[in-house]
Design a binder for this molecule. Sequence first.
Ligand code: HMH
Length: 219
Amino acid sequence: MEVSIETWVKKHDLIYIGATRHPFIHSIRDGSVDINNYKRWLSQDYLFVRKFVPFVASVLVKACKESDDENDMEILLAGMASLNDEIDWFKKEAAKWDMQLTGITPSKTNQKYWRFLESLMHPDVSYTVAMVALWAIEAVYQQSFAHCLEEDAKTPSELREACERWGSQEFAQYCDSLKKIANGLLAKASNDVRGKAEAAFVEVLEEEIEFWNMSEGRA
Ligand code: HMH
């Protein structure tokens, strides 16, 4: 059977929609967002991104060892570079809202997500599984924030910059490159690896839903 990311998105559509059309994202899109929720998201996501960097680095290491396409390294390296900008952006955005990013306590939800990322960093996790997870993590943000930039969206102007970070055409292209790599790897993968990759995909969606819930103060 042909396996690809697209078949999993269809198969797991309810949870995929749960992650990419979450009430928190709807509240940004319709302008009703409680700014305290946005601030909670901002500070927790800053901590998340600091843990996400070593995960992406681990995918880059796997690419160097396991990929037969030189292009993969460049794509992942560009991803790392944009995370460098992203950390700067978080600091600027926090200053704009008069927030401190030092000494924030990571939420339970964040810590659980970190443990999942750490589990994916083990050398015995295949490049295919790690790449599918990376794609899913980025794609949830891309789909979510692009929704807030659609023509009929009433996203508050002070939140547009955040939405543009992940909702931009450029970020969509990065996600598309990750998806192409992941699909290419899945086509060559064993059933065992495909099964693990599908499970990782679903777990990312679950972690993302919990992250949005936490941002809304529901965890
Ligand atoms: C929780 N998921 C979470 N935070 C992010 N910044 C991304 C995905 C995408 O980079």
